[in-house]
Design a protein around this ligand. Structure first.
Ligand code: F6P
Length: 321
């Protein structure tokens, strides 16, 4: 292993820069060369490849987004695209690639490994929806950003005695919604994993809480359920209580990474380089039981992750008034 490539793929996540920095510096400390691949697999197919050294990654650990930029790439899903990508890696002398992204990016890494390029995946997504790991880079920053925004919506919800439906990201997973729901003391938390689409229950809960003296009501709705604006209209019509929807959107993906994200990203980046240097390929880095671990990509992609039941129960118990 002489030259290691690094790319970010899929949705950006705070902490990706810290991971890039760790890959570059750990590789250099082990005597390897590093090439940065711009705009994910799309950039790889266009040969957008730059030399990186320790200075290239100075002053980025605190920055949101990804200095390498990111993209989604339909061409890379084809076998011709994968063959072309592997050929480009060889032309640039890249023996191994660290891919920072989510499940879709890992599926791409597996295809590259099948073409003979050593690959290691690092979980980078705000959604926390990667089954082989208890932590994904970006989650902590995203929930803190969302939590602060929800606190602000709560101020206006209280002042106007309204119901507020706040929609958070997470694709088909409810982790961001669950964590924010608990951290923001929401009256209702709607998770794709558990929601039964019975709006009448929500309506009854709002009416019941009003009777008990609760003058505002926060509902955290996960993106996987969505439709917050139409939900707000129906709830207002059924309860007679002013109801507003706020969709937090991409603000949750931006901003300077928290300490937790910077540390996990740094550790995972270095760990990925260690794996490549030890001759490993086709692996995904994870964090489990306070340790950094790795799994075969195919096995990692087949794993399932449940929303924690006890956390769900407690979130409901604490919302009682
Ligand atoms: O995976 C991160 C995420 O922000 C999800 O929460 C969301 O569903 C998706 O990316 C949005 O993707 P795009 O950037 O393509 O709109």
């Amino acid at each position: 292993m002489d030259t290691i490539g690094v790319l970010t793929s899929g949705g950006d996540a705070p902490g990706m820069n810290a991971a890039i920095r760790a890959v570059v510096r750990q590789a250099i400390s082990k005597g390897k060369k590093v090439k940065g691949i711009k705009r994910g697999y799309e950039g790889l197919l266009q040969s957008e490849i730059i030399d990186m050294d320790a200075r290239t990654v100075a002053d980025i650990i605190q920055k949101g987004g990804t200095i390498l930029q990111t993209a989604r790439c339909p061409e890379f899903r084809t076998i011709e695209g994968q063959e072309k990508a592997a050929k480009i890696c060889r032309e640039h002398g890249i023996d191994g690639i660290v891919v920072i992204g989510g499940d879709g990016s890992f599926a791409g890494a597996k295809c590259l490994a099948d073409q003979g390029i050593n690959t290691i995946g690092i979980p980078g997504t705000i959604d926390l929806d990667i089954a082989c790991t208890e932590y994904t880079i970006g989650f902590d920053t995203a929930i803190n950003t969302a939590m602060e925004a929800i606190d602000k919506v709560r101020d206006t919800s209280y002042s106007h005695e309204r119901v507020s439906i706040i929609e958070v990201m997470g694709r088909n997973a409810g982790y961001i919604a669950l964590w924010c729901g608990i951290a923001n003391g929401a009256e209702d938390i709607l998770l794709p994993e558990t929601y039964d689409y019975d709006e009448q229950k929500l309506i009854n809960n709002i009416i019941e809480k009003r009777k008990k003296g609760k003058t505002h009501h926060i509902i955290i709705n996960a993106e996987g359920i969505g439709h917050s604006t139409s939900m707000a209209k129906r709830i207002e019509a059924a309860t007679g209580v002013e109801t507003r929807a706020t969709i937090l959107g991409y603000m949750q993906r931006g901003g300077s990474p928290t300490c937790t994200d910077r540390v996990h990203a740094s550790m995972m980046g270095a760990y990925a380089v260690d794996l490549l240097c030890n001759g490993k390929s086709n692996r995904v880095v994870g964090y489990k039981g306070d340790e950094y671990v790795d799994f075969d990509i195919t096995e990692a992609l087949a794993m399932k992750k449940d929303i924690p039941e006890y956390q769900c129960q407690i979130s409901k118990a604490l919302a009682l008034l």
